[in-house]
Design a protein around this ligand. Structure first.
Ligand code: AMP
Length: 233
């Protein structure tokens, strides 16, 4: 078993999963599905940062312009947020990182954190072609009340622009406008995509999966199987 058991042999092995891929590759959707199945928390740096913006605190004020422009927030801020989050008790059996690391400095910070505990992360790279990404991002809608995600092209609500579960009017994320989508994809190409070579060079465990063709529950099963096969191997 290549994933370390930090539970003293009593529980499941510690799982540090990194969902990696461009904006729109389905990291958030897969993280939510995997969280239910693996019983470890989803840690989305995007959600955490949006939470600070909503709270109107000083971090939120510092990052809101950057996020609105589709650029990356400074490494030291994001690393500090993640480190604080990983110290919480619900991460004791592992966690699913969604949207982190996004730069080499972040990857190094994560490796240091894991090395101290003698565990490795497993990076799952969700590969989706450019045109599907654009369709997913421009069609994305969310219920502001319950958080349910929809897509006008692939998972439309029953009634136009209204949440199926509670009837609330759906919203578009501020950074899902066409110009900002392009910025976010550029930031991915420049700063995040090169991490794949970095993971390989540093012998990190990396699984690559086609995430463009199947419905989310089917893809989730494939990811679970790949994780199990990897742990056995
Ligand atoms: P996401 O919800 O993962 O698409 O992230 C939304 C935005 O939050 C990104 O476009 C960045 O501005 C910011 N962000 C999220 N995660 C990170 C990260 N790991 N490093 C830097 N900025 C981030």
């Amino acid at each position: 078993m290549s994933v370390k058991d930090l539970s003293g042999g009593k529980g499941q092995p510690f799982q540090a999963l990194v969902l990696f891929g461009p904006p729109g590759s389905g990291k958030g959707t897969q993280a939510k599905l995997l969280m239910q199945c693996l019983k470890i928390p989803q840690i989305s740096t995007g959600d955490m940062l949006r939470g600070h913006i909503q709270a109107g605190n000083s971090l939120g004020q510092e990052v809101s312009e950057i996020m609105r422009a589709g650029a990356l927030v400074a490494d030291d801020k994001v690393n500090a947020l993640v480190e604080e989050r990983l110290a919480k008790p619900d991460c004791a059996q592992g966690f699913i990182l969604d949207g982190y690391p996004r730069t080499q400095q972040q990857a190094e910070a994560l490796h240091q954190w894991l090395a101290k505990r003698d565990v490795d992360e497993l990076v799952i790279h969700l590969k989706v072609d450019y045109n599907s990404l654009i369709a997913r991002l421009t069609g994305r809608r969310q219920c502001p009340l319950c958080g349910t995600l929809y897509n006008l092209f692939s998972k439309a609500p029953k009634q136009d622009e209204v949440c199926d579960l509670d009837g609330t009017k759906l919203v578009t994320r501020e950074d899902d406008s066409a110009a900002v989508i392009q910025e976010r994809l550029d930031a991915y190409d420049r700063q995040t995509q090169p991490l794949i070579a970095y993971f390989r060079e540093n012998k990190r465990r990396l699984l690559e999966l086609d995430a463009g063709s199947e419905p989310p529950p089917e893809l989730m099963k494939k990811i679970c199987k790949a994780i199990q096969d990897h742990a056995r191997g």
